[in-house]
Write a protein that binds this ligand. Structure first.
Ligand SMILES: [Fe+2]
Ligand SMILES: [Fe+2]
Length: 218
């Protein structure tokens, strides 16, 4: 199966690990294979729950797995560089031109500053990626050196996604340690990400809901 071939490709595995190493220099969040796997699984789950065909769900797992590979080249515009970087690997495993287009469009549009929701796979990757918050992703060890964004990320204890295909809602649940960051601080820092998730959910003909510590904010 195509996705298996890509996951077992040692060269790609090496590049993902290098991305993580390179962006650690900037103090950016952890972007290891762990992040790739979760975004891949959540992207698949989102489309599967909305009853997209298996092939489209598979494409979303691939796009989710490799969405951050452009960090190897540069943190800025890593969506665009990652899509172009992955192209020969997608050709090599024999995906069709239409399938490759879907994946490249999704990877190239997952960043909130420059991304547009161009297809359902892009929607899935955006929601899966923006919901992957976890305190262990903050690399700095000394809380005294945290910037506001680090503190907010560090406050996240747990995140989950739920799709209700009957009521057409996609819900993100977050648990935040409010002794580290307030809910309003989270909302301030992540508002653009949450609004992007809302647009992505709307593209899938769903409403987007956000609960933080059981309180609905969107
Ligand atoms: Fe990214
Ligand atoms: Fe990511």
């Amino acid at each position: 199966m195509e996705f298996q071939k890509l996951k077992e490709n040692k060269e790609l595995e090496y590049y993902i690990e290098k991305c993580n190493e390179y962006i650690s220099v900037l103090g950016a969040l952890e972007h290891s294979i762990r992040h790739s796997k979760i975004v891949s699984k959540r992207s698949y789950y989102l489309l599967k729950s909305l009853e997209y065909d298996e092939r489209t769900c598979l494409l979303s797992s691939i796009a989710g797995y490799f969405h951050d590979i452009g960090n190897l080249i540069n943190r800025y515009e890593h969506g665009r560089s990652g899509a172009l970087f992955l192209l020969p690997f997608l050709k090599e495993i024999g995906l069709s031109t239409a399938e490759i287009s879907t994946i490249l469009g999704a990877i190239g549009n997952h960043e909130e500053r420059t991304g547009f929701i161009v297809n359902p796979v892009a929607s899935a990757v955006i929601i899966a990626d923006k919901s992957e918050l976890y305190k262990q992703r903050v690399r700095k060890k000394d809380i005294a050196t945290f910037k506001q964004r680090d503190r907010v990320n560090f406050a996240v204890q747990n995140t989950s996604l739920e799709v209700d295909n009957v009521n057409k809602t996609i819900t993100m649940y977050l648990e935040i340690d409010t002794s580290i960051s307030s809910v309003m601080e989270y909302f301030e820092i992540f508002l653009t990400k949450m609004l992007m998730c809302q647009r992505a959910a709307n593209f899938l003909k769903c409403k987007f809901q956000l609960f933080i510590n059981k309180v609905r904010l969107l």
